[in-house]
Write a protein that binds this ligand. Structure first.
Ligand SMILES: Nc1ncnc2c1ncn2[C@@H]1O[C@H](COP(=O)(O)OP(=O)(O)OP(=O)(O)O)[C@@H](O)[C@H]1O
Ligand SMILES: [Mg+2]
Length: 222
């Protein structure tokens, strides 16, 4: 699903955010990407969803070389990638419902299906009562869950979650992890960037560690 070969990324003027990173994530895998603040986790996710481009190396997603992909093909590919951003990127003046429904409306899914899906996701994440609130007028922890619901809504082939539990207490964290696990069971490939040891300490999934823009564990698929 994701193949990175010797990828480097420099932010101007000279910040080496990623150095020679090679990583292969198989279809159906769920992996955790860990490491200290500034290690390069978000940058790696941004390259995979094509929000940033690499300076060196090869980034391939679902068989597409992202350095050569045509805009129209990229657009289609991105519809199948859900991203829960570290800074959420919600539309603050739109309702929680609208924020989550958006990706499905773009894909022309039937309105009754969309409503059920949104309600089910919000319910699983414990924010069903916020459905009609403006996204800008709810707490950070609630916004975080809206971002996760939005990323998951369209049953993406690939879901990238950047610090999905950063603002959540232990009980809600468990709900989020349960949702991510269930998406993975249903076939979604997941890459989760996190500081939160509680969500990967006892996991059976692969844990990849980053330090100063490099992977520090062998990153081959099991
Ligand atoms: N837009 C940017 N412009 C310049 N430098 C950046 C930019 N984004 C990130 N960086 C730098 O690149 C490096 C990697 O940052 P990145 O956000 O990928 O780390 P991270 O592992 O996600 O950190 P955190 O755990 O704090 O979210 C850091 O040194 C950071 O300061
Ligand atoms: Mg980050």
């Amino acid at each position: 699903m994701v193949e990175l070969v010797k990828v480097s990324k420099v932010y101007p003027p000279d910040i080496m955010a990623l150095q020679d990173v090679s990583l292969s994530v198989q279809r159906g895998e769920m992996i955790f990407l860990t490491g200290m603040s500034g290690a390069g986790k978000t940058t790696l996710l941004k390259l995979i969803c094509s929000l940033e481009t690499s300076d060196k190396g090869h980034v391939e997603v679902a068989g597409h070389d992202l350095n050569r992909i045509k805009p129209v093909v990229l657009q289609r590919l991105r519809q199948k990638i859900g991203v829960a951003y570290q800074d959420f990127r919600l539309l603050p003046q739109q309702s929680v419902y609208q924020n989550v429904a958006m990706a499905m409306e773009v894909a022309y899914l039937p309105p009754s299906f969309i409503r059920k899906r949104v309600e089910s996701l919000l319910d699983q994440l414990g924010i069903a009562d916020k459905v009609d609130k403006l996204a800008g007028k709810i707490s950070r922890g609630e916004q975080q869950r809206v971002a996760i619901a939005r990323a998951a809504a369209n049953s993406p082939n690939l879901l990238l979650a950047d610090e999905p539990t950063g603002n959540l207490d232990a009980t809600i964290t468990k709900r989020v992890v349960a949702l991510l696990e269930s998406l993975n069971q249903a076939g979604t490939t997941l890459i989760i960037a996190t500081h939160d040891q509680s969500i990967y300490r006892h996991t059976n999934h692969r844990v990849i560690h980053m330090e100063q823009g490099r992977l520090t564990e062998p990153a081959v698929a099991r």
